[in-house]
Structures are given as C-alpha cells and as structure tokens.
Design a protein around this ligand. Structure first.
Ligand code: NAD
Length: 417
C-alpha cells in the first residue's frame, strides 16, 4: 500500500482537520492521536501436518477516555500495525459519534485464514486470545468480528478468556453466537445501519430509493446483507464483488438468492448465472447512483476518484476513501457518508449485546432494530446539522463531533497524576 493511501496517514489527516476546526492545542492533538496501548504478539501455530508456523498478532487500544476499548479482530494477510492503529482510531471517533460509552480498539493477525483448517483456525485464535488475556475483559477491552473472523472466532475467544478467568465471561466479546449470549439482530446490524444511512443520504439528495441503482464492493458479512436490505427496501442492486472479482446485471441482482448460492458451496460471486463478470476496479467506476465499498480500506484514491460516477458513496468498510480522494470527490459534489457514521450500526448493536449480557436480560429482534434505527438516525441528523451549519463535509462533521466528545472526556477527567 502506498504511503499516500496508508490508512494511518488518512486517519491522521482526518483527525488534524477536526482538531483545527475545534481549535484544540498541540498537546491535546498529540493525546488524541497517540494510541494508549499498542501490543504486538507472536502467535505460534502447530499446523495439522506437525509444522510450526509463527504468526504475528496485534491489539491496539487507541483511546479509553470514554469507556472500555471496543473494536474488531481482523485475520488478513496485509494486516499490520499501521492498519490496526488506523482502525482503532476510527473506532474511538465512531463510538463517540454514536453516543456509546466506549473507547476505540482494533486487533488482528497477519494471516490468510482460508489457508488454515478449522482446527488450525481454532488453535491460532485460542493462542492469540491467551496472549491478550491480560489486556481484554468486559470492563477493559471487548473484541468483535471483522474481516476474516466470525461468530465462531468470538466463541473461541470468549471460551479461552473464560477458561483463564475461571468463570464464564459473556461480556468479553460481542458478535458471539446466540447460544452463548449473542444478541438478536447483531449479525445484520452493520448492514442494517448501512441501509439506514443510505436512506438518510438519499432523502438529503431528494432521491427516491425505488429509482436508484447500487453497486456493493465486498460480498462478506457487511456487504452481502447491505445489498439484501437495500434490495428489499426497493433499490436496484446492479453489481457486487468479492476478492476474486465482481458481477454486473443492469436489470438488477437478487442478493438473497446469491447468498443462498454461496451457502450451497460456491466460493465466489463470480460466474453467478445471468451476470457479466467485471473487475473490482470496474465496479468502483460503474454508472450507479450509490456506491457501497464494503471490503477493505484505500480503494478509492486520488488515482481513480475522478472516474467514480456514483453520486453518493456510503462507506460500509472502514477507510475505503483516502484523504486525497475525499478532496477530489468533494469538488465533484459526490456525497460521502463516512465510515464512522455509515457502519456505526455494528458497534451500536455490539453495545446492545454487551448491555444485555451484563443485565442477563435479552431483547427481541424488533427491540434491537428499533433502538438501532434510533441511534443511526440521531447520529446522521447530528452530523448533517453540523455539516450544514459549519459548511463541512459529512466526514469532517462526523469527526468534529466524535473528536470533540473524546477531547471533552479528557478535559473533564483531567490528567493523571
Ligand atoms: P468479511 O471478511 O466478512 O468480508 C469481506 C469481503 O471483502 C469479502 O467478500 C471478501 O472477498 C472481500 N474482499 C477482500 N479483499 C478484497 C479486495 N482486495 N478487493 C475486493 N474485495 C475484497 O468482512 P466484513 O466483516 O464484511 O468487513 C468488511 C468491511 O466492513 C471492513 O472494512 C470492516 O472493517 C468493516 N466493518 C465491519 C463490521 C462488522 O460488523 N463485521 C462493522 C463495521 C465495519
């Protein structure tokens, strides 16, 4: 990844703009930028064939001023400390913006999980979890799924932490299976939030959801259900993709049928009957109304931002648009709904799961979805009002609110000693 599009660089540019707008001093700027704790751990794994493979894992707690650290665990070959630091910083602003009492964290292992057997994935996860035991906990740091991890990963993490603690600790992870204290509605929460944010943006631009076309990059946990919810709500989803490439049908796709096709064993969306094959680069430049990047960061850059034809970009992924690309898109009048707002539904329902676990009292899916809608619409309206009042982009406004709340928490708590 080039320095220009490094996620950490992008995150620091976004922070700096918010700090300038808020008039914060250099000391506070340093405090807000510097991760509170960055841990690199060695994760030795005994492969099924007896070989020893030593992997590298990370956990960064970016900021704890507003509450325990919160953020996903990623298994991906390009995961490194720079990426994890950026993702942890975005979690800090996201939790503050969504109005939930958490700080920000992120973690991961540099590994391609599909190369491992299920038993190897379990051993790797448990060894990584054991290394994190001193750092994580229901009141300290609460991991969740991200790219390459799922509810099974969370179950192993919770079980390993519980074994070390000597009691069952539901609250140490979110995004866990229902059978062990997961929340109704968590699996689709990020995607539901993306759909709600898209609808708020369409309203802002005076567009009728039943008349818009959508392209979704990344048909994983976030992208697949975002495509389905947008389709179910009346939008025409014309293209989706995964790491192997994309598919396009100008007449519209049926995401639910595509999800069933993958569940039956297909390992990619490419080749799905009735579609043309396109590349991920082509998907980003399709003539659609709404583009939802829901794979990895740094995909819309200064190099391709001129060619993006969508009128609205809703960031399902974290950091898909670089700071340079943001400026090009703003000049061209493209409305970008930023990650810390657009995908905030995931951490909102993670928070609901943690609250339900602490109370040992569980809500219905309708209750979860109603409260999710409330939080998403409140955050969107606050960002939109801040943007129009101060003539800021939605990203700048979202950061001003999030960063401002964290700075206020620091000022209120004071500095120890
Ligand atoms: P996932 O692993 O379930 O899915 C990722 C998808 O992206 C897969 O379809 C994969 O094939 C595709 N992909 C991977 N590399 C790609 C590439 N180079 N080009 C195109 N496609 C590629 O992950 P996810 O949980 O859906 O996360 C996706 C994004 O959403 C990430 O940025 C993550 O941080 C963000 N996010 C996830 C959640 C959540 O609840 N899972 C919450 C908030 C934000």
């Amino acid at each position: 990844m080039s320095l220009e599009s490094s996620p950490w660089e992008t995150a620091c540019v976004q922070l700096e703009k918010a700090v300038r707008h808020l008039g914060l001093d250099d000391g506070m700027h340093d405090l807000l930028r510097t991760p509170r704790r960055s841990v690199t751990v060695s994760v030795p794994l005994r492969r099924d064939d007896g070989q020893l493979l030593v992997l590298t894992g990370y956990r960064v707690q970016h900021n704890l001023a507003r509450g325990p650290a919160k953020g996903g665990i990623r298994y991906h070959p390009s995961t490194d400390l720079d990426e994890v630091k950026a993702l942890a910083m975005w979690m800090t602003w996201k939790c503050a913006l969504m109005g939930i009492p958490y700080g920000g964290a992120k973690g991961g292992i540099a590994v391609e999980p599909s190369m491992l057997s299920p038993a190897e994935r379990e051993r790797m996860t448990r060894r990584y979890a054991a290394e994190l035991v001193p750092l994580i906990g229901p009141e300290k740091d609460i991991p969740a799924p991200d790219v390459g991890t799922d509810e099974q990963t969370m179950a192993w993490l919770m079980d390993t932490y519980s074994a070390h603690s000597g009691y069952t600790a539901h609250g140490v992870v979110t995004g866990k299976p229902l059978a062990i204290g997961g929340s109704a509605g968590r699996a689709g929460a990020t995607s539901r939030g993306v759909q709600l944010a898209t609808f708020s943006a369409l309203r802002e631009r005076g567009l009728d959801p039943r008349e818009v076309t959508v392209a979704v990059q990344g048909f994983g946990k976030v992208g697949a259900l975002a495509a389905q919810y947008l389709h179910d709500a009346g939008c025409r989803v014309v293209a989706v993709s995964d790491v192997k490439g994309g598919i396009y049908n100008p007449g519209g796709l049926n995401p639910a049928a595509l999800i069933r096709h993958l569940a039956r064993g297909a390992d990619t969306v490419v080749g799905y009957p009735g579609t043309d094959t396109i590349s991920n680069a082509e998907l980003l430049e399709l003539d659609v109304d709404v583009l939802v990047p829901a794979a990895l960061e740094g995909v819309v850059t200064a190099a391709n931002a001129e060619r993006v034809r969508a009128r609205i970009i809703v960031e399902g992924a974290n950091g898909p648009v670089t700071a340079d690309a943001d400026e090009v898109l703003a000049e061209r009048g493209v409305l970008v709904v930023p990650d810390i707002l657009a995908n905030g539904g995931g951490v909102a329902v993670s928070y609901f799961e943690w609250v339900q676990g602490l109370q040992a009292y569980f809500w219905t899916e309708d209750q979860v979805n109603d409260r999710l809608r409330e939080l998403m619409e409140r955050a969107y309206n606050q960002v939109s009002a801040m943007a129009s009042e101060h003539r800021l982009s939605l990203r700048e406004a979202a950061h001003v609110i999030g960063v401002g709340r964290v700075a206020e928490a620091h000022r209120t708590r004071g500095l120890y000693p």
